[in-house]
Design a protein around this ligand. Sequence first.
Ligand code: NAD
Length: 499
Amino acid sequence: MEELSHYINGEHVKGTSGRFADVYNPATGEVQAKVPLATVEELNEAVAKAAEAQRGWGATNPQRRARVMMKFGALINEHMDELAELVSREHGKTLPDGRGDVQRGLEVVEVCMGAPSLLKGEFTDSGGPGIDLYSMRQPLGVVAGITPFNFPAMIPLWKMAPALSCGNAMILKPSERCPSTSLRLAELLKEAGLPDGVLQVVNGDKEVVDAILDNETIQAVGFVGSTPIAQYIYGRAATNGKRAQCFGGAKNHMIIMPDADMDKAADALVGAGFGAAGERCMAISVAVPVGQKTADTLIEKLVPRIEKLKVGPYTAGEDVDYGPVITAQAKNRILGLIDSGVDQGADLVIDGRGFALQGYEDGYFVGPSLFDKVTPEMDIYKEEIFGPVLSQVRTDSYEEALKLTMDNPYGNGTAIYTADGDTARDFANRVNVGMVGINFPIPVPLSYHTFGGWKKSAFGDLNQYGPDAFRFYTKTKTVTARWFSGIKEGGEFNFKAMD
Ligand code: NAD
């Protein structure tokens, strides 16, 4: 049994707590590794060393830091297949999806290669006689990233690349379900020239997360995960005086107008609803057709597409559409929610509960499920299912569909399919959701924009990556400087108002 480690001061370090979490192969249900769960002492020691390392790294000029990102980007490209396989091995997603996970993280590293221009300050020449003002962005010191299981490469990269480019040191606490990709990325960063101690990967569970939140040296916490934990972490970090941005769960609606291209809408729903087994915070889990005819047509178009989906292990190659869910508990929770949908009166058009794959009977596979006639009171509507389950909620008007989306407590992503620019513009302007797709099902913004939801999908200020990340990971200092006229004109000693 492989025993994983922490990555401290540029090397792998065994855990000392004697506590471990099992890392499963979700396709077979076997435990493939054990990951150590750090103690408070291990965390505090890693933070103290990070603080020492940060002093030199923060004083390194931004361009030299950016060169580390350039090499890091090149190494990620070189190791793309290896990293994608690491992702798929622990998460279960298909290899093309694993590559996508690495690629969307790499794109943030690419933006960080231009960090010096994003870190430039502001300057006011002659704010008063002989007086100049300038504002500069300085690193925070030691910051922490706490990440979820569902994007083992992308989200750690969204955290580490901007934080390090800004001159901070980072404590990264990856998901204990999928820790290996973060450990490998830390090795590649060392190879790219990052000084030892600037990125410390500390594995663990709630015990180490709480230690991060209470550690006085850590200045900021960037979290991604489920909403209850995001809200908890935001509260405790903020109470302890830390800067915090905590991104949570989602329930993403796609509105389908009667004038939409129904084939394209159905294709989009199948990809966005069932890709990665629905384990994406930007998955579309609710289809909201406008009009009964639109709803009937959509079901007609969805059924054959969903029935064709191929579910299997990533090792089966590129021919698989999606893999298993992450754990036995996740599978049982999803099956329980499907049961509740049936009990509460929704129409189960396609039932994924009985799915079995020969040779993988102990894997955590769930077949695709499609519900029609779902209503907002049902648990399958209220809960983030985080599985391969698509719910259709029928509406009679655009306003009703918009209201449904806006009344939902989550606000991560949403989409509208329509041929009418006026409706699309109205939707984009009025909807209270952070990321909007127009004839685009998973509107994850490109890396030079920013990523973040509204409502219960995010707590705190500023978004992830793009210009917001450079604001989050730096603090502004403003200097007002006066140079008296002296040698040039003779002394001037009276205190004068600016005029
Ligand atoms: P999770 O909340 O269970 O875990 C996230 C992190 O928090 C992990 O590192 C975990 O170790 C830690 N954690 C778990 N329980 C904790 C506790 N009680 N106290 C302190 N720390 C704890 O989330 P997950 O299951 O790994 O990820 C799936 C969730 O993440 C979904 O809800 C999904 O929507 C969300 N997500 C959101 C975004 C976004 O950007 N909004 C992106 C990806 C995933």
